[in-house]
Design a protein around this ligand. Structure first.
Ligand code: GLP
Length: 242
């Protein structure tokens, strides 16, 4: 793992956007794996600026998002698809037909997940996968478990994730209890993984990811086995990594 230490959220956002931007410049047909959450918002703002300044061209980029809440349509303002449109896709020249998010509106979980796997596989998996980390070490919505997941699957969200994500909903009861998520194997198939982490509340997860045992109890720990991971983290997140 390569570690890039940053000062704060702004610094992290700039550096991660520069890494993604450089990748798109070097390979205009980049297949991006993208994440939701608060962590990548600043990165997406910088990518939009890169497009507006004429430095970045998304016309041939394809994107595959990590996950989606089960039961939400892509027009639902709480869906991850809506979030991605709002935070990035509506503001750059990506072709909407090149944007992919698991279909949360499909109640048939097996069909929705296998269709998503087929699409990611057909794209040859991601050149660059952007990741955030949950406080319990989850990546995408791969929650702590007895085994590492493989392909896209339907998960029951843990109480800690429901509580953490409740801030984005009016009431905790509104947070969907299930999601479709890319599996850890699919995430590991990406050629380059960029993990962005800031804040003290992620310090334990970041420590366990880097220095703990490789175990599905901390899904992000599998990244120790990936040959090409860049962790971009601030001092607060690194506070337990002495
Ligand atoms: C959610 C998403 C993850 C994200 C995590 C951390 O559960 N499914 O992909 O990495 O939350 O979110 P945040 O960046 O808001 O801390």
């Amino acid at each position: 793992m390569k570690l890039i230490r940053v000062r704060d959220y702004e610094d992290m956002s700039r550096k991660v956007a520069n890494i993604i931007g450089a990748h798109i410049i070097l390979k205009p047909t980049t297949v991006l794996g993208l994440a939701t959450g608060t962590t990548p918002i600043g990165t997406y703002q910088r990518l939009i600026k890169g497009y507006e300044d004429g430095d970045l061209d998304f016309s041939q980029v394809r994107s595959y998002n990590l996950d989606e809440y089960r039961g939400l349509t892509h027009e639902d303002p709480q869906s991850y698809h809506y979030f991605m449109n709002d935070q990035l896709f509506n503001h750059v020249n990506i072709d909407p037909s090149n944007v992919h998010v698991p279909d949360g509106a499909n109640p048939d979980a097996d069909a929705a997940c296998s269709e998503y796997d087929r699409m990611v596989e057909e794209a040859g998996y991601c050149d660059l996968q952007l990741l955030g980390i949950g406080r319990n070490g989850h990546i995408g919505f791969n929650e702590p478990d007895e085994v590492f997941s493989k392909g896209t699957h339907c998960v029951d969200l843990t109480q800690s994730t429901i509580e953490a994500n409740a801030r984005l909903f009016e009431r905790e009861e509104d947070v969907p209890r299930q999601a479709y998520t890319m599996g850890t194997q699919t995430i590991m198939n990406a050629r380059l993984i960029v993990m962005a982490v800031t804040g003290e509340n992620k310090a334990q997860a970041l420590h366990d990811m880097c220095y703990g045992p490789v175990t599905p109890q901390c899904p992000a720990s599998i990244l120790q086995l990936h040959p090409n991971v860049i962790v971009v983290a601030d001092e607060a997140a690194l506070s337990l990594c002495k």
